[in-house]
Write a protein that binds this ligand. Structure first.
Ligand SMILES: C[S@@+](CC[C@H](N)C(=O)[O-])C[C@H]1O[C@@H](n2cnc3c(N)ncnc32)[C@H](O)[C@@H]1O
Length: 252
């Protein structure tokens, strides 16, 4: 119920989450439900300084593990669904972004939206809340069951990360309403086009990152191959030289 997953997120999903975080800012990056730390690792690999990371985890054993794995990050054992309380007095800088792997689908709509409202209250207007889900729909519901929305937000979603088990998608939420275009004629079409453009932008970014990774991998392989063949040549030469030395000694 609290872990919400049978295994940690794979590196492709973790990288797909980290991709939405600016590594160069100096605000804090708060991670909710870091578990054993695959997303934390991806954030650091992306270039986010560990000192900027605040890891909010419920489970005491995971917290101990996180402290060992990421000694320069701040680990807070607490309840992410009471975010402002949990962070009170423990952070000294503004929060730039929030990355969450919380099992939101196990929670009622109202609780998810209260969390989003809390998250926006902690961030500047351009702050983003990044969440992955195995579900098909947005885990933050626009029309919550049994109540009125407590927070206005806009959202974009990544393509499926098929290389994760189970496949997942990443949602990015920002504060604000999506209503301005709704009243004008053709607004739905404009919103759909905008959503499609956002998806294409995300897909492009993901493809660019994938290609970059592939090129880096291939370069490493070529380098390793070259190093291996150079080593083999050296071994052959050394072998040849020692045989020549042995022959010289024998001839004497
Ligand atoms: C689906 S796991 C994700 C773990 C890891 N980030 C990953 O991607 O593999 C959810 C994590 O959220 C933690 N969690 C669940 N409810 C929480 C809460 N209310 N506050 C803080 N952490 C919570 C669980 O202990 C678990 O580590």
């Amino acid at each position: 119920m609290t872990t919400g997953a049978v295994s940690p997120s794979g590196r492709f999903l973790a990288a797909a989450m980290a991709r939405h975080i600016d590594p160069l800012g100096d605000g804090l990056v708060v991670e909710l439900g870091p578990g054993t730390g695959p997303v934390t690792q991806a954030l650091i690999r992306r270039g986010v300084a560990p000192e900027r990371l605040v890891l909010v985890e419920y489970d005491a054993a995971f917290c101990k593990l996180l402290e060992r794995r990421f000694p320069r990050a701040t680990v807070i054992q607490g309840d992410a669904f009471r975010l402002r309380e949990t962070l009170a007095g423990k952070i000294d800088r503004p929060v730039a972004a929030i990355v969450s792997s919380l099992p939101l689908l196990n929670m009622p709509d109202s609780q998810r939206l209260e969390l989003l409202a809390d998250a926006f209250a902690l961030m500047p207007p351009d702050g983003r809340f990044v969440q992955f889900t195995y579900g098909l729909a947005s885990p933050m519901p626009k029309k919550p069951k049994g109540g009125r929305p407590v927070v206005a937000f806009t959202s974009e979603v990544s393509a499926h990360v098929w290389l994760n088990l189970p496949p997942a998608r990443v949602w990015i939420y920002r504060a604000g309403a999506e209503t301005t275009l709704k009243k004008s004629p053709g607004a739905d079409v404009i919103l759909k086009l905008k959503a499609r453009a956002d998806r294409m932008k995300l897909d492009l970014r993901e493809t660019r990152d994938k290609v970059g990774n592939e090129i880096r991998l291939r370069k490493d392989r070529v380098k390793l191959g070259l190093e291996k063949s150079a080593m083999e040549k050296i071994v052959l030469l050394e072998d040849h030289a020692s045989k020549a030395r042995a022959k010289k000694l024998r001839d004497r």
